[in-house]
Design a protein around this ligand. Structure first.
Ligand code: AHN
Ligand code: ZN
Length: 334
């Protein structure tokens, strides 16, 4: 009897590819590989969420970082200064980018390099611009107002600056590049009547992926952070990341589970998102994943592209979960 039940269960498991939720035990949901002795021997510094939170707030305080605005220029200067203070060798790329509607964007990618002479490298990405219009706002009157971009933009950069602060204190084996991309979020307004193309997004990433800051640049893998500060965030395996860099997804989610952040990093498939990493994979051919918060229905952050994407929505616990997880990965890499 028991044996028959077990066989039926196995049969169902095979039929469903093991993805049936009701059939999944708590244990199999949080399955992860423990670190090896060698990996465990590494001391990974503590990511300070308060410090990351401050870096997020400092960007938001400039106002919306919309390309061609004064706040955008000032925040760019701040980021260059900050990365320099934090001991990185800083490269900037000033670009004239053409938006979907023909607007010329004076844009700037900002890259902080640690251990420039090391061949083995990891690239960490986030976009530092913010969206010119809150076109997902529930109120019609707000849909041409710029978003504060606390979560959508500043959160990823804030986490990377806190990682940079740690890199200055303790260097991992590999060289690390902190790559702050511009003009991610100047994609067409929802009211736009023309064709919506994915190349309208992530303009700074497309530039960088075709013209990296160092000739012949390569990295073992890349990690993009997007919307990593929202309250009650969850992170699923994003679709493009799965097709281009499945092993990196597993590595990162495994690290999260080992570090106790399994409640944030859900080991299940999520949405497919056109984001900076798509072009890094496609043009620079660096296997790169996107850590991007989505809910169980695949929707983005609740205040995504609304005027409420401000500091009130930023939760230090989420910054910590993501920041510590990325540090676990980069410090244990040999
Ligand atoms: C699109 O909506 C096509 N991509 C979302 C990428 C994004 C926008 N991430 C943050 N803001
Ligand atoms: Zn956005």
């Amino acid at each position: 009897m028991k044996k028959t039940n077990a066989l039926i269960s196995l049969f169902i498991l095979l039929l469903t590819g093991g993805s049936c939720n009701s059939n999944k035990s708590a244990e199999s949901k949080s399955a992860s590989t423990p670190w090896t002795e060698e990996e465990l021997a590494v001391s990974v510094p503590a990511f300070h969420a308060d410090s990351a939170y401050r870096y997020v707030a400092e960007q938001v305080a400039f106002g919306p970082r919309v390309p061609n605005s004064t706040a955008h220029r000032a925040c760019g200067d701040y980021l260059v200064k900050k990365l320099t203070q934090l001991g990185a060798q800083v490269h900037t790329q000033d670009m004239d980018l053409v938006a979907y509607d023909g607007t010329l964007l004076k844009a700037r990618n900002i890259i902080g390099v640690y251990k420039p002479d090391t061949k083995r490298r990891i690239a960490l990405f986030a976009h530092w611009d913010s969206r010119p219009w809150a076109d997902d706002d529930p109120k019609k009157k707000n849909r041409y107002t710029p978003v504060p971009g606390a979560n959508d933009g500043a959160s990823g950069v804030g986490v990377l600056l806190e990682i940079a602060r740690n890199l200055q204190q303790q260097q991992p084996e590999l060289g690390i590049d902190i790559i702050l991309l511009d003009a991610e979020d100047y994609g067409p307004h929802q009211s736009y009547k023309g064709a919506h193309k994915e190349e309208f997004w992530a303009l700074g990433a497309q530039y960088w992926a075709k013209n990296p800051h160092v000739q012949g640049y390569n990295a073992r893998f890349g990690i993009l952070l997007d919307m990593v500060g929202g309250e009650n965030s969850s992170f699923f395996y994003e679709g493009y990341s799965e097709s281009y860099a499945k092993g990196i997804n597993r590595k990162v989610w495994n690290a999260a589970h080992n570090a106790g952040f399994g409640s944030y990093f859900i080991q299940e498939q999520g949405t497919t998102v056109t984001d900076d990493h798509v072009f890094v994979n496609r043009y620079a051919r660096i296997p790169t994943i996107d850590i991007i918060s989505t809910d169980a229905d695949g929707g983005f952050y609740r205040y995504w592209h609304t005027v409420k994407d401000d500091m009130d929505g930023i939760d230090r616990n989420t910054l910590k979960a993501v920041g510590q997880t990325v540090m676990e990965v980069i410090y244990r890499e040999k």
